[in-house]
Design a protein around this ligand. Structure first.
Ligand code: G4P
Length: 532
């Protein structure tokens, strides 16, 4: 039975309208952690920079909870940070930086309404940025672009805009323009005042840097030619169709562009403003029947991520749920749309890395961490009074395959349990066949680091060290039922079954796959998802 409450749909609508749920996508080292920290700092969520993600001498906190993550200095898990600016509630979802975890990132991106694409001014678009941008494109998620590290020598801003438009096919519309070249950065133009915001270095970047506002005369006096050039270029860009276009942005055809230096907190206030003023608030989610469910409909939520072992002391399992409609109230008993079974929400938390706080209520756009969520899987829908089911998430096409076996035959049960949980969490995909048996499943991954995580966790969490044998397959396709047996007889190919029941054919390489496909009826080997 759910707890009755008196929230009206007007309350829920206005709560939804003041929320912005977004994630930062970038290539490792572009400055995502620094930017996250700077955003939180600006929002006064934390008193001193360094509290979110510690590197170097700064105080280490939260995203770094995982041992492997710390050892490697990469973020391989996702968490959500909530902060308030004025009347607006911002939910910033953390995305893993490493390319091997792009599937994980895709799941996080399924739960946001907007993405911030962060580029390094010297490097422009890097491989991981491209991949993550594609994930945004697949869902038509609006993207705000931030060109970071402008305090260092980098590339020409016009060249960077060209790269965005040529390689991503999205039209860049700068919201401001850098004064001075990268490396000799003077500030950014301020279209609202017709002047500029001057860039001041704050030593250490540990305090909020407030750029000084200069009017046009003052800007001309202090920055002479640099200012003239920036003002002219910005005007020319606006005249040649590069002005911000809200409709185009919401439809993911254009991307507003900002320039800054996250480590010095410069440009961060402008980004916050862009997120608040331009990013869309939560809106109706489309269910499996293709019906939109308005934000003020009775409660529903979508599980986009499941994580076990976040707290090494207890082997807990946490499901991250985005609220899609209605008001979430801790203690309510919800229904899992997949199993139709009840789910207790007594232990609901907001989670950012190790920091957890009990959450009592949440509104559309918010992320709730559900503790002890053993019955929940990625892609599950939970609802309160009016049933709904949202479409699940596609699995990426794996490119790496390895047979895992328990090293210690006596730990077979723990091994199987571990594999099952890693599968449910989506750490790896698990493929089985009668021929190979359950003690020798084939693990399939988008990137090989997923195997490392799987092996590490099997040993640490389940006490089941495993051996790995890489398989010489590089291409995976779905396989139509009538083609299964034929494909399975071929050299350089093998058919297995994924745990969700999808038959997957593996091939040595794409030439082998094409040769085999040419002897089969058209459509026998449909592509999976992601790379195709
Ligand atoms: P990531 O999460 O995207 O991987 O990047 P992260 O924030 O860790 O930043 C990567 C490096 O880039 C860090 O340097 C960080 O200080 C630096 N950085 C971030 N933003 C800027 C910027 O606007 N300008 C300049 N010049 N550097 C920036 P590091 O040497 O790896 O670490 P640290 O010891 O300096 O923290």
């Amino acid at each position: 039975m759910s707890i009755p409450h008196t929230t009206t749909s007007a309350d829920v609508s206005s709560e939804a309208a003041r929320r912005r749920t977004f994630a930062v996508i970038s290539h490792p080292d572009a400055g995502k952690s620094t930017l996250t920290e700077a955003l939180a700092l600006h929002a006064h969520a934390i008193a001193q920079a360094g509290a979110v993600h510690g590197k170097g001498s700064r105080r280490g906190v939260v995203s770094d909870w995982n041992e492997m993550e710390q050892a490697r200095g990469i973020s391989i898990t996702a968490a959500a940070l909530q902060f308030t600016v004025g009347d607006v509630v911002l939910n910033l979802l953390d995305t893993p930086g490493h390319a091997d975890f792009s599937e994980d990132t895709y799941r996080v991106l399924s739960a946001v309404d907007c993405a911030v694409m962060l580029l390094d001014s010297a490097k422009g678009l890097e491989p991981q940025t491209l991949k993550l941008f594609e994930a945004c494109r697949a869902r038509a998620t609006p993207v705000i672009t931030v060109i970071n590290k402008w305090d260092r020598p980098g590339r020409e801003p016009l060249e960077l805009l060209d790269e965005i438009s040529d390689r991503l096919g999205i039209h860049p519309t700068p919201l401001n323009w850098p004064v001075g070249i990268a490396g000799d950065f003077r500030g950014v133009t301020d279209p609202d005042t017709g002047g500029m915001t001057e860039f001041n270095r704050t030593p250490g970047g540990a305090t909020i840097a407030v750029g000084q506002a200069l009017d046009a005369d003052e800007a001309a006096r202090r920055h002479g030619q640099d200012w003239q050039r920036a003002a002219e270029e910005f005007e020319l860009l606006a005249a040649s169709g590069h002005e911000h276009d809200q409709e185009g942005f919401l439809a993911a055809r254009t991307t507003p562009v900002l320039f800054g230096a996250a480590v010095l907190n410069f440009g961060v206030a402008e980004l916050l403003r862009a997120v608040i003023e331009l990013a869309p608030p939560p809106s109706a989610w489309t269910d499996v029947e293709r019906q939109p469910r308005p934000v003020d409909a009775p409660f529903s939520g979508f599980v986009f991520k499941v994580q076990t072992g976040m707290d090494p002391a207890h082997r807990d399992r946490l499901a991250f749920m985005r609220v899609c409609s209605g008001r979430f109230e801790r203690g309510a008993v919800l229904t899992n749309a997949r199993t139709k079974r009840p789910f207790q929400t007594k232990y609901a938390q907001s989670v950012f890395g190790r920091e957890r706080e009990t959450i009592d209520e949440a509104y559309p756009g918010d992320v709730v961490g559900l503790v002890n969520a053993h019955a929940l899987l990625v892609g599950d829908t939970l609802y309160d009074s009016r049933p709904v089911r949202y479409p699940g998430l596609p699995r990426f096409t794996p490119e790496h395959f390895a047979v895992f076996r328990p090293r210690d035959a006596g730990r077979g049960k723990q091994f199987r349990r571990g594999i099952e949980l890693l599968d449910q969490e989506g750490i790896v995909q698990v493929l089985v066949s009668d021929r190979r048996g359950v003690q020798a499943p084939v693990l399939a991954a988008v990137g090989p680091m997923q195997f490392e995580v799987a092996a590490h966790r099997l040993e640490q969490e389940f006490g089941a060290p495993a051996s790995q044998e890489s398989l010489q397959y590089g291409v995976a396709r779905r396989v139509a039922p009538e083609a299964r047996a034929v494909v399975n007889r071929q050299r350089g190919a093998e058919v297995l079954e994924r745990t969700d029941g999808v038959a997957v054919a593996l091939f040595n390489d794409k030439w082998r796959m094409r040769t085999i496909a040419s002897d089969l009826p058209a459509g026998s080997l449909p592509p999976m998802f992601g790379e195709d």
